[in-house]
Design a protein around this ligand. Structure first.
Ligand code: CU
Length: 149
């Protein structure tokens, strides 16, 4: 009988976990222009990019990304709280929740061949160096773009 009770907790826990993933995956309800419309049933090929947030840098397994759908697997490897925010053509703003040290979250976005700004929106972390770019031309435009601000 207590086993049954434990099972119920598992079910509720699993449901909550799934709900959490869905919210994170969609990046909130503000996809106004439909740029992040989910694929219609088909198995969209989704690549995973590992992102490590530290005090105060953004480490990424890959920055030059061909157009497509990507899931950024973001881990806070620092001491401070961090988050990952991505902005660019067709992406008004998508971000993870703010993560405590050791926490991780997934952020799924669809990228075109453009360049996207990636940064930590917490405090002044962006100015401290937690910013970079990703996209089809991220590598080749870094020299032109970075100093232009
Ligand atoms: Cu940060």
């Amino acid at each position: 009988m207590s086993t049954r009770r434990v099972l119920q907790y598992y079910v509720v826990g699993a449901a909550l976990a799934v709900a959490g993933l869905v919210v994170v995956g969609c990046g909130g309800p503000n996809g106004a222009d439909g740029a992040t419309t989910p694929p219609a049933g088909g198995q969209a090929e989704e690549k995973r990019i590992r992102v490590s947030l530290t005090d105060f840098r953004i480490g990424m397994s890959q920055r030059t990304l061909a157009p497509g759908r990507y899931t950024f697997v973001v881990t806070n490897d620092g001491q401070a709280r961090h988050a990952l925010d991505i902005k660019g053509p067709g992406i008004e703003e998508e971000r993870t929740e703010t993560l405590d040290a050791g926490e991780s979250a997934n952020l799924t976005v669809t990228l075109s061949a453009d360049v996207y700004d990636v940064y930590c929106p917490v405090g002044n972390h962006r100015e401290l160096g937690m910013e970079t770019t990703v996209g089809g031309r991220a590598a080749s435009t870094t020299d032109d773009g970075a100093d232009g601000y």
